[in-house]
Structures are given as structure tokens and as C-alpha cells.
Design a protein around this ligand. Structure first.
Ligand code: IVH
Length: 708
């Protein structure tokens, strides 16, 4: 719930949601590999919207409510839709639909007695496409993409037999027709079997050393199969896939040839499109919804709900859009399909950031159109809350989506039920401690650099542009070097020289087809060039959680030297130690960041990896501008009260630039206290301890800031 959030919490949460939802959008639209269920996705979107409704001034430019879908992937030309392709708001219950109708009446100032006519269309879970017709000829077709711009897949769409290349006259000069490309269930099952055979043959060729040919992917559901088929760079592959198309909507049009949606569907049929025969005018949406829910399983294709569209186009026009969805249409989703199965065991996966994610391994079961063997268990608390144990019979739910979820256990009272599940506190990938911090529901491995599950991703970060910036050591090369066993830790990168001869034997690394490639030599030279790096880059490259470029800079500025930093971090492991307090007093380093640092240094493996790395890399002391002549070089400075001619941030930045350490509290170790207006106890404490007090003007003078 959004209730009770402070403004700052709301802003932080909106930022988090924007990033999270964008990530899921990319997974869904660009990689065709959703990571969460539609229901969970919808919940995130709803939460985002609820918070935005409460704090309208916090709505972000990159808010998910302003975006639809995701940007086009590489490989196809981009294609801008003439009219944007929007999304639909969802209804889940009768009350949601009633509210939708009430909103329409209110917006149009219609009386209670004025009838509202809707057209119902089954909502197929496929891929929406935009089809441009000029003078009746199909000239361009695109995926939805981010709703504004999609991928030009004209050649692929031409292979669909449901797509008329030429409309039957009469037609407007220019019109965009929208519809859904999908695969029937039976076609999907056959296609998947075919892909599985192809994959097996490919594996066999691999062992025999033959030519492999194109990669083969096994689609997880019909939507995935349709998406993969439509986005082939070679249209002849699309032509061989059993794709269908139902047309349903209008985009830009030079002239609108009809007055109702019902007539629009008639017109589409006349033009030669295939329109879902179940589309129909309804008087009672709730009744139609129930009818479709009961007939759903018997349909040839998967549907996840019904779309209801207001029939009168003049009303549609007046209602317009809000955010990313029209006010005149709604998608009423079906509840998730459920079934029972047995939970065989719980396994733990370790993600890139060290998050331990529990997964249910189940007896295979058919639900929501596919056979599933795994389900997400979300996190430790969810398992405890639902009291899920290995061997339980569970209710499994899958809502037209990919990752099924465990709803509940049905045989908790059975005799001989095993003990409650104990979530591991040791990382299954590396044996380091796995800890939960504060309110975080996620337990994370603290193994950092030595955890194999995290290693590859962390190595990528280490070498990346913002970090060590090792040219030629991109993601693919790191994966290969790791797979070949040459690079397991950052220090291994600096030992690669010893393996140069071996690397030159790899395909594409030594002599390429087009003569000598210098790949190995170039890479080794790029690595050599990074044996001396600025301290802040080095700290950032370690990939410690929450230590982004900004925090790395703060740490580098404060500690200035790698040896000092390392030493103080080790001391800071002791709560109450001076070093811990020092860490906590650095402006911008909050308690959770401090904890993260301390935990990193508390793992012996991390320290080993760091020291190993330091045999090869020399981090440069943090640059201190003019520090030699500065009155503040190496001095501890505290600001208190309100500065009048400088912002606090600017004053602190300047002091740090001159070599000062800016801290929050006054102690015997403080050299200067800069006192602004309305200074309180800190000024008094300074006087008491005999610390030198500076006025704002004096500070400006000593800091060399010109008088205003
Ligand atoms: S109408 C403004 N009609 O649902 C009109 N969409 O959440 C927007 N969909 O991207 C689309 N069946 O992929 C419409 N009969 C139908 C649909 C339908 C499936 C999908 C479509 C769209 C998404 C909107």
C-alpha cells in the first residue's frame, strides 16, 4: 500500500519501481523472456500508480505510467507508428468493470438510463502489430515496441496468410490497422516438439564436430513462440511458422469510414482481414466474462481475458486517453488458472548481486497451457508465511504467464509431514555467509568476489568502462575466459599474460580467417595500461554492493590512499571503534552503506581477493587539488548552521577538494568548525573543546573562494 509513505519514501519508491518495471519491460518485450508473472507485474504497475496518485508532483519523466512496452531491439530498422500504440487498463472483478462504466458516464455527462453498448473481444496473449496501408496496399508493418516506435518487420508480416496485401475497395488513402499475431495451442505443441528435435540434432552434431547451423531455442509458451517467429531476421523462417493474425483496432486514418466499433470489425472482414469470430456486442459484460471463462480451456488459442470497447466511435474520441490507456476500453482479466501438484524439493539459486532466490521443483503438471516443473517461491518470508515444506501437495497458479507461483499447501495436517523448511544462511554456491539486512526480504551471499555465481557478472563490472575500463575485455570475452578457467578473480586478469599462447589457439583470438588478428596482444596491452588507476575507480571496480561511482569517490576523497582505506575498513568491523565512527561520519555515507562495506571486509575471501589484486594494481592516491598549500589539507572540518553565500554541498565539496575531511560531529580531532547562521550545539561544543571556529567569510578566504 502507498498509505503512510513520507514524501521522501514515496520518491525513493517511485524511482525503484521505475527501474524495476523498465527491467521487466525489457525482459518481456526485447528478450521475450518475462521474469515475473503478469499478475506480479500488474501489481507493480498498480503500486506505482497508487503512489503517483497520492504524490502527483513526484511523477517521474521516466515513470512507467508514461511508457508503454519497451524500446526496439537491435537487428531491425526502427519504425515510428503514425498514431501511438497504447495499452489497456485492467479489470479483475465486477466492481472494476462497473467503475469503468461509471467513469465513462461521468466523463460524457450521460444519464443513468442512457445505454452503453460495448463490444467484447477475447484478449489473446500474442504480439500486437501495426499494419500501414496506403491506397489499400500493405506498405509497412511493425511490432509495438515502446508504443511510439517499434521494429520494422514488414517482410515477416507479408508471409502471414491472414494479412491482406491489398484491401478490397473502398478504403481510405491511408490507414493503420492493428491486430494480434499469435500461435494456436496445438500448433505451438507441434512446433515446440520440432524445435526440441532440432536441438537434439544440433547437440549431436556438436559432439561429432560437424557444422552447427543456426541456434535453436525452445519456446516456453505460444506467445513466446509467436514472438520468436515474428522477429526472425530471415523472413523465410517466419514463413514456415504457423502464425495467425486477428485484426481489431484502428491507428491513424486519413478518413474514418465507420461510426461504431462493430462496423469497424465488419469493415475489417470486408477488407480481407481475419477478425475473431467470438467478438460480439454485449449487454451484460459480467455474464459474458463468466461464459468466456468457462469456455476458455476449449479454445484453440490462449486468452487471458476479454477486452471491452465502447461501441460508439464519437464517444471514444471524446473520452480519449489517460496515461497509457484509453478511457473507452478495458481488459477484464481472468483469475489465474490453478492446479495441484507435489513439491519435490526447494532449491536455491544465487543471482548476480548474490541474492538467494528459492525455487520449487515440482512433479510436472499441465497448467495454463504449458507443462511446468518449477515455480517461484519469492523469498524466505513467503516460504515461512505459507509454511511450505518439501513433500507438500501444493496449489499452483499460472495466469497466462510464464513463472508459476505456489498459492498454498493443501495437506499441512498429513501424518509424517517433514520439518519446516530452513532457509540456508550459507551460500550454496560458495559457502560464504548469506545475510539479511534491515528490512530487506532478500538474503544475500557475502562472498562477493569469490562466489562463482556472482563472479562472472562482477568480473564484467570490474572491467567495464566506468570501473577499470579495460578495453577489449567486454562481456563475451569475460564469459569465455571464465568458462576456459583462466579468469576466476580480478587478479587473474593480470595474470593472463602467462596464458597468451593458449589464448592464441582459440577461434578468433589468434590467426583469424582474414589473417593475423592482434586480439590477444591488444588485450594484454590494455590490461597492462590499467596497472595504475585512480583510487576511486579501483574502489568502484570491486563491485561492493551500494558502492557506486559516487560513493567510491566519497571514500577515495576521504581515505585518499588504498592502504589507509583497507586498514580503516578492517578496523571498522568492530562496532563502536573509532574507524567505524569515522566511516559513519563521512557525508553521504549512510549506515546501510557502512554496513555493506564492513560486511565485505569481514569475509576473509574478499580480503584475499583484494590483496591478490593489489599485487598487480596500484591505485593512485586520491587527487587533492592545491592541497599542499591549503590550510585544510588533511584537516577535519565540520559545518554547522546555515551558510548564506554558499550551499552546504558546494562548501563541502570545496573543502574536500582542498584536502579536508568533512565530518558530521565535533570531537577533539576536529580542526575547524565552520559556523553559519543559527548554529546550535556543535558551535558550543567547538568552543568547549577549543576547536578553531571559522565564520563563513573566513572559510571563503581560506578556501580561496572569491568574495561575492
Ligand atoms: S486494443 C487502445 N484489443 O492487449 C487499444 N488489444 O494491453 C489498445 N490485445 O497491446 C489495444 N487482444 O497486444 C486490443 N482485442 C484486443 C486485444 C488487445 C489482445 C493486447 C494487445 C495490446 C494489449 C493491451
Amino acid at each position: 500500500m502507498s498509505a503512510g509513505l513520507t514524501e521522501a519514501e514515496a520518491a525513493a519508491e517511485l524511482e525503484r519501481l521505475a527501474a524495476e518495471i523498465a527491467g521487466h519491460d525489457r525482459a518481456y518485450h526485447e528478450q521475450d523472456a518475462p521474469r515475473i508473472s503478469d499478475a506480479d507485474y500488474d501489481a507493480l504497475v498498480r503500486r506505482n500508480r497508487a503512489i503517483e496518485a497520492q504524490f502527483p508532483h513526484l511523477v517521474r519523466d521516466d515513470s512507467p505510467s508514461k511508457r508503454v512496452g519497451s524500446a526496439p531491439a537491435e537487428g531491425f530498422a526502427k519504425s515510428r507508428h503514425l498514431a501511438p500504440m497504447l495499452s489497456l487498463d485492467n479489470a479483475f472483478a465486477d466492481a472494476d468493470f462497473t467503475e469503468f462504466a461509471v467513469r465513462i458516464r461521468r466523463f460524457l455527462s450521460l444519464s443513468e438510463t442512457e445505454p452503453l453498448h460495448f463490444i467484447a473481444e477475447p484478449k489473446i496473449d500474442g504480439l500486437s502489430v501495426n499494419l500501414l496501408y496506403e491506397r489499400g496496399r500493405f506498405v509497412k508493418g511493425a511490432t509495438r515496441g515502446d508504443g511510439i516506435e517499434g521494429e520494422d518487420i514488414t517482410a515477416n508480416l507479408r508471409t502471414l496468410k491472414d494479412l491482406p496485401r491489398q484491401l478490397r475497395a473502398p478504403f481510405p488513402d491511408l490507414i493503420e490497422v492493428r491486430g494480434e499475431v499469435f500461435m494456436d495451442r496445438a500448433d505451438f505443441v507441434a512446433f515446440r516438439a520440432e524445435q526440441e528435435r532440432a536441438l537434439a540434432q544440433r547437440e549431436a552434431r556438436k559432439t561429432n564436430g560437424g557444422k552447427l547451423g543456426a541456434a535453436v531455442t525452445i519456446p516456453v509458451n505460444p506467445r513466446n513462440a509467436a514472438a520468436g517467429s515474428l522477429r526472425q531476421l530471415d523472413a523465410s523462417i517466419t514463413a514456415g511458422r504457423p502464425l495467425k493474425l486477428f485484426a481489431y483496432a484502428m491507428g491513424q486514418a486519413s478518413e474514418i469510414p465507420v461510426d461504431t466499433h462493430e462496423h469497424w470489425l465488419d469493415l475489417l472482414r470486408r477488407w480481407g482481414f481475419s477478425v475473431n469470430p467470438l467478438s460480439t456486442p454485449v449487454t451484460d459484460a459480467a455474464e459474458f466474462q463468466r461464459k468466456m471463462a468457462s469456455e476458455r480451456a476449449a479454445l484453440a488459442y490462449e486468452i487471458d481475458g476479454v477486452v471491452y470497447k465502447l461501441n460508439r466511435l464519437d464517444w471514444q474520441q471524446r473520452l480519449g486517453f489517460v496515461g497509457r490507456a484509453p478511457r473507452w476500453a478495458i481488459a477484464w482479466k481472468f483469475p489465474a488458472e490453478q492446479t495441484r501438484t507435489k513439491l519435490l524439493r526447494i532449491e536455491i539459486q544465487v543471482g548476480r548481486t548474490g541474492a538467494l532466490t528459492p525455487r520449487a521443483v515440482m512433479e510436472p503438471v499441465f497448467v495454463g497451457g504449458v507443462t511446468v516443473t518449477h515455480a517461484t517461491l519469492h523469498n524466505e518470508d513467503e516460504i515461512a508465511r505459507k509454511d511450505i515444506r518439501e513433500g507438500d501437495t501444493i496449489i499452483l497458479q499460472r495466469a497466462g504467464d510464464v513463472i508459476p507461483q505456489v498459492v498454498e499447501v493443501v495437506d499441512k495436517d498429513r501424518p509424517g509431514r517433514g520439518p519446516p523448511y530452513v532457509f540456508p544462511t550459507i551460500c550454496p554456491a560458495c559457502g560464504s555467509h548469506a545475510v539479511r539486512e534491515g528490512e530487506d526480504v532478500v538474503r544475500r551471499c557475502t562472498g562477493g568476489l569469490i562466489c562463482p555465481a556472482q563472479t562472472v557478472e562482477r568480473l564484467k563490472h570490474f572491467a567495464s568502462r566506468g570501473a577499470m575500463d579495460i578495453e577489449g575485455l567486454g562481456e563475451e570475452n569475460i564469459e569465455q575466459l571464465h568458462a576456459e578457467g583462466l579468469v576466476r578473480s580480478p587478479a587473474d586478469i593480470f595474470r593472463l599474460r602467462e596464458h597468451a599462447a593458449r589464448m592464441r589457439l582459440w577461434e578468433g583470438w589468434g590467426k583469424g580467417a582474414k589473417g593475423e588478428t592482434k586480439k590477444v596482444a591488444n588485450l594484454l596491452a590494455a590490461i597492462e595500461a590499467r596497472r595504475v588507476v585512480p583510487l576511486e575507480r579501483f574502489i568502484f571496480a570491486l563491485g561492493i554492493r551500494r558502492i557506486g561511482a559516487q560513493n567510491a569517490k566519497l571514500l577515495a576523497r576521504h581515505y585518499q590512499n588504498i592502504g589507509t582505506w583497507r586498514e580503516r575498513m578492517l578496523e571498522a568491523r568492530i562496532i563502536g571503534s573509532e574507524a567505524r565512527e569515522e566511516l559513519g561520519s563521512i557525508q553521504g555515507i549512510g549506515p546501510s552503506i557502512a554496513t555493506e562495506l564492513v560486511e565485505f571486509f569481514a569475509e576473509a575471501h574478499n580480503l584475499q581477493a583484494l590483496d591478490d589484486l593489489l599485487r598487480y594494481v596500484t591505485p593512485e592516491d586520491a587527487a587533492v587539488l592545491d592541497a599542499a598549500d591549503s590550510a585544510f589539507a588533511g584537516k577535519a572540518l565540520v559545518f554547522t548552521g546555515t551558510l548564506e553565500t554558499l550551499s552546504r554541498a558546494e562548501a563541502e565539496a570545496r573543502a574536500e577538494l582542498l584536502g579536508a575531511k568533512v565530518t558530521k560531529s565535533v570531537s577533539k580531532k576536529t580542526d575547524f568548525v565552520v559556523v553559519g547562521a543559527d548554529a546550535g550545539s556543535k558551535a558550543a561544543k567547538a568552543a568547549e573543546l577549543g576547536v578553531r571556529v571559522l565564520t563563513e567569510v573566513e572559510f571563503r578566504e581560506l578556501a580561496g573562494i572569491a568574495a561575492t
